[in-house]
Write a protein that binds this ligand. Structure first.
Ligand SMILES: Cc1cc2nc3c(=O)[nH]c(=O)nc-3n(C[C@H](O)[C@H](O)[C@H](O)COP(=O)(O)OP(=O)(O)OC[C@H]3O[C@@H](n4cnc5c(N)ncnc54)[C@H](O)[C@@H]3O)c2cc1C
Length: 388
């Protein structure tokens, strides 16, 4: 089959590699100017780990893994209230768990394509149409493409979803939270930030700080707000962040200063994507574009990889309609369950009151007690060849 993939993130690159290996002709279109190197740290476990194992990627992933020592829960004066060792937390994922930068994972997936799949960077899709036998796309460089299948792997704000299925707000469930993330060069102020995720939580706001290689520090904010403009400008986002996190102690005043000059500043609503259908004729969606579980699930990247792996397996059968329906039937009910459990986890992990904060802390501490661990396991999905 001739297949066009829009988006060279985790879902798009995984899918491109798998389809190419099965003998399909694949082309990828990506709006970024090139492969990303920056980004944020992700936890990677569950079905994505299983898919990576089946794609024989574990050795490569081991090389980009950050051996984080644990989760250090801070007080506002910077002292550690308690520490959860990561080796104990990893048991929740049966020790099948990595931490790495999203950009590093994309580099691994991209190397796997070994120049056999063309990736057209700094480009996007402008329009699409389809008839019974072909799907057609007009790209932003003016070229036209026609083929058997077009896949939107273009993330939570998917343009393919908008072109083929309709307005984004029909499919987005806002979780009432906003997030920001960026990196900066370490200074002497950060000498206590060593080898852990340092987390400071107050009702309605939370910040985590962790070290990266190359003497860089990464930060990740979460705060509750239902009032923000849905598409804030960078200036509005910076103002909101300063306003929400003003008065917070520890390293926060310095971090807020640094946000103004960050070159990789990321700011977005925390949301899930829920759609009645993920495919329409010869157009399909994968990853966050159709089933974003939200960053609070801690497994969007993993599910993006697992979803693409599943779609590629289903497309081994050359009939588009039956392949796509097998893909949806296998994955959709399982992802719906993960989304439900992610919403519960979001309420637990992000407390709005002092009482909820006490409960969260008690839960975090309990999660590493061996006899209680079965109650804290994350829900994930099964790959097609793991079905009972
Ligand atoms: C701060 C933060 C922390 C997170 N932590 C975790 C975690 O710990 N564990 C985890 O598993 N997940 C985590 N996630 C979620 C995870 O990053 C996503 O679920 C995952 O990246 C989804 O992969 P994707 O390939 O579907 O989409 P994306 O990663 O969003 O990739 C989409 C790609 O499409 C491109 N694109 C977008 N629009 C267009 C267009 N119009 N034309 C062409 N190309 C386009 C984008 O540039 C991008 O390359 C986190 C997310 C955030 C924001």
């Amino acid at each position: 089959m001739d297949i066009l993939i829009i988006g060279a993130g985790i879902a798009g690159l995984t899918l491109a590699g798998q389809l190419e290996q099965s003998g399909h002709t694949v082309q990828v279109v990506e709006k970024a100017p090139g492969l990303r190197t920056e980004g944020y740290m992700i936890d990677f476990f569950g079905a994505g780990y299983d898919a990576a194992e089946q794609m024989e990627l574990l050795v490569e992933l081991e090389k980009i893994h950050y051996p984080i020592s644990g989760l250090s829960i801070k007080r506002s004066d910077g002292a550690t209230r308690y520490f959860i060792p990561y080796p104990k937390l990893r048991k929740l994922a049966d020790n099948r768990h990595f931490n790495f930068m999203r950009g590093d994972l994309e580099q691994v997936l991209s190397r796997r394509l070994r120049d056999r799949v063309p990736v057209l960077y700094a480009s996007t899709i402008q329009s699409l149409s389809q008839d019974e036998s072909r799907v057609h796309a007009l790209l932003s460089d003016g070229s036209e493409w026609s083929g058997d299948l077009l896949v939107g792997a273009d993330g939570i704000h998917s343009i393919v979803r908008k072109l083929a299925f309709g307005a984004p707000d029909r499919f987005t469930r806002f979780l009432g939270l906003w997030t920001a993330a960026f990196t900066f060069e370490r200074t002497s102020l950060y000498e206590d930030v060593q080898n852990s995720f340092d987390l400071l939580t107050e009702p309605g706001r939370q910040i985590s700080v962790y070290p990266l290689t190359g003497d860089r520090i990464a930060v990740f904010f979460l705060f509750r707000s239902n009032k923000l403009n849905p598409r804030p400008t960078r200036e509005e986002a910076l103002r909101e962040l300063s306003c929400r996190f003003g008065g917070m102690g520890w390293l926060v005043p310095d971090i807020l200063q640094k946000s103004r000059t960050a070159s990789d500043f990321y700011f977005d609503a925390v949301a899930q994507v829920e759609m009645p259908e993920w495919t329409k004729g010869r157009v399909a969606l994968v990853g966050d574009a159709c089933h974003c579980v939200s960053l609070l699930a801690g497994q969007g990247a993993s599910l993006a990889m697992a979803g693409s792996y599943t779609l590629a397996q289903c497309l081994a059968n050359d009939d588009v309609a039956s392949s796509l329906s097998a893909y949806e039937n296998k994955l959709k009910p399982q992802i719906t369950e993960v989304q439900r459990s992610a919403r519960k986890f979001a309420n637990f992990f992000f407390p709005d009151t002092k009482f909820q904060l006490l409960l969260r802390d008690a839960g975090l501490r309990a999660s590493i007690v061996p006899v209680l661990q079965p109650f804290f396991k994350f829900k994930s999905i099964r790959l097609p060849n793991q079905e009972s």
